[in-house]
Design a protein around this ligand. Sequence first.
Ligand SMILES: [Mg+2]
Length: 366
Amino acid sequence: MSSRSMISGIQSRVFRVPLEEPMQDARHGLQTHFELVTAEITTSDGQTGTGYTYTIGTGGHATKAMIDHDLAPMLIGHDADAIDQHYDEMQSRLHYVGRGGIASFAISAIDIALWDLRGKSRGLPLWKMAGGAGKTPLTYRGGVDLNYPLEKLVKSVGGYIDQGFVAVKIKVGKPDLAEDVARLHAVRERIGPAHKLMVDGNFGYDLDQAIAAAKAFEPFDLTWFEEPMEPDDFAGYGQLAKATTVPLAMGENLHTLQEFKHAFEHSSLSFIQPDASNCGGVTGFLRVAKLAEARGIPVCSHGMQELHVSLVPAVPNAGWLEVHAFQIDRYTHRPLVVENGRAVAPDEPGSGVRFNWQALEEADRA
Ligand SMILES: [Mg+2]
């Protein structure tokens, strides 16, 4: 940036967006809406950057309050391009009440807006600013489908393959393990041996149950078993990894760098899945990616595919991009582009995520 651009205003909004149909996993109950919290940062030289985070239905207003009352006063009047400095300052000032949780969501929305501004100022797309290693990540379609009867599950997963996806993920965690096994059997049969298959337990198991499930899932050639147990049970993951050949993945519920460090230290993960909407935005995601790179662990993503499409492939240790069932990209001017089974990052300067505000307002009113 040639001359310094100062943050002059931050406007936040919350939208409650209905899902096309109710969705369910092992632990979060039936989900009918997601909340989108947006933060628009304006600068002294007349630029606007947009950031956002989302929730699975609760906490959006608390996140907005933290942006309005705590983060905006901290940032207004300061250099918009001092992103790392702002990141550390936000983390340290909110540490006492936050240390993860709502604070991490609020920081994420602001951080993404700052990166959007930086990209616009420098004329660079996010995938280049984030490392530039690539722009077409390995891509899979993740279902939120634990409530689907078997026939509907198979149809839904088959639909993803028919749309051109080469990898799919289903939810597991039925009260009777035999039912999960029957579902996996039917899904593997439908997609065939060439396509990749992942499962997600949404921390529905304790260690003994997770070991039993992982062993029962071994014949299905899974790419990973995601979040079988409570995300804080770092040592439990380490024990589970010793008991099964199925690779383990998690990260969507780790919100601080410290939590990721614990996971790398103790959990024997084969994949890490940070979510830039809740681990500190682009800055948080890239810091996690660096830690993972040092350990040779591929970085994947959770949700928010319209943004993560520019982050996952950009780092040297790129893993898989999740195409999540919460389709925020429906409310943007560039819904996710997938070609030959791989998503493609946008080349426009900034984050590449521009909201269709009118569509969001209409959805919120519906
Ligand atoms: Mg998950």
